[in-house]
Design a protein. Sequence first.
Length: 117
Amino acid sequence: QVQLVESGGGLVQAGGSLTLSCAASARTVSTNAMGWFRQAPGKERELVATITRGGTTNYGDSVKGRFTISRDNAKNTVYLQMNSLKPEDTAVYYCAAGIRAGTMNYWGQGTQVTVSS
């Protein structure tokens, strides 16, 4: 069983930046891929970004060029640097982990990101 603990959410003005962190409780095959998803009120959950242990990344179209995902394998931690934030980025951001990017089996509790206009 892998536990994911997120931190770093909050309130920021449009155009600002935030960094989210997610620490996994263990280094196993179940954390080969880690990533971030988000869900806004009334909307479906969507991909933000994923990264493999080897560093291969994938981004959702709406965040390309503004967000950067990275990970520290020694710390079992994944980061999401969010720049040029927009009000439409407001959502609960969830950390996820899995054997591969397309199969996330573990989820964090979520952290709220609110971008004011």
